[in-house]
Design a protein around this ligand. Structure first.
Ligand SMILES: Nc1ncnc2c1ncn2[C@@H]1O[C@H](COP(=O)(O)OP(=O)(O)OP(=O)(O)O)[C@@H](O)[C@H]1O
Length: 252
């Protein structure tokens, strides 16, 4: 388990006048799901890429990203980007195994492939292990990327809209699977979907403004993944209003 603290963190892209973040302080709790929602362009992906050490050269940062054990995050992060980043020349099964291939672990290749096959069955792709990414739908590709992330077994898991391309039933099922398989990991999940955020979060933040600041939201006193009840529906409405006050006012 690893906890992370962003301390006086700032980020500005060279081409932009205003910083995306300035003097941001945020603690990512160890072994919990921290979920971040926010309007498009507010900085969610930038935050995740900063944690993953994947910002491009246009991004200028200051402040610090510290871990609670004082060790580097290098090699301890599984990152599921918005784009699935599947390798077109590898089969579905090989794509799921790809990150582990070079990892110095004791598992044999046979064990790894067995585990990957089981994960692919769990995400509903048991019949497509030998298919290639270009033969898959957007939702199927996203499920391969999810299986690849679950396969990696890293203490910090960063996921950017991991369920966005899925139909409602599959989304619900895979949210439950991810919650089960990533219990006790430190997870940062970005989503546009307030209902998803409320089902899965141990801590929930709305990222707002420019420079963006996180606002912590109240959650029901129940364990995730939560059932969709009246309390969750009311909180969902609150988040929608917080995200887009003008748009919601116009609809009412
Ligand atoms: N590589 C880049 N170079 C310059 N500006 C960038 C770059 N990446 C992001 N930005 C800018 O930084 C801001 C935050 O972008 P980011 O992608 O982090 O937002 P987001 O909240 O994840 O958006 P979305 O929900 O639409 O994915 C935006 O104004 C965006 O235009």
């Amino acid at each position: 388990m690893v906890g992370i603290e962003l301390w006086r963190f700032g980020l500005r892209y060279e081409a932009d006048k205003d910083p995306v973040f300035d003097d941001l302080n945020l603690c990512i709790a160890p072994g919990q799901w921290s979920v971040i929602v926010g309007a498009s362009g507010c900085g969610k992906t930038s935050l995740l890429r900063a944690l993953a050490g994947l910002l491009d050269q246009q991004a200028k940062c200051d402040g610090e990203i510290r871990t609670d054990d004082g060790l580097s995050l290098s090699g301890r992060v599984a990152y599921m980007a918005q784009q699935d980043l599947l390798l077109p020349w590898l089969s579905v099964l090989d794509n799921v195994c790809v990150a582990e291939r070079f990892a110095p672990v004791g598992d044999s290749q046979r064990d790894l492939r067995q585990r990957a096959t089981q994960l692919l069955q769990q995400v509903g792709l048991g019949k497509l292990v030998n298919a290639y990414p270009q033969q898959l739908s957007g939702g199927q590709r996203q499920r391969v990327a999810l299986a690849r992330t679950l396969m990696q077994d890293r203490p910090l898991v960063l996921m950017d809209e991991p369920f966005s391309a899925l139909d409602a039933v599959t989304r619900h099922r895979l949210q439950n699977l991810a919650a089960q398989l990533l219990a006790n990991k430190t997870v940062v999940l970005i989503t546009h979907d307030p209902q998803e955020a409320l089902r899965l979060a141990d801590r929930l933040y709305v990222l707002q403004g420019r420079p963006a600041m996180p606002v912590a939201l109240r959650l029901p006193n129940t364990a995730a993944p939560r059932v969709l009840d009246g309390e969750l529906a009311a909180l969902q409405q609150q988040i929608l209003q917080q995200l887009q006050p003008e748009a919601v006012d116009e609809l009412v």
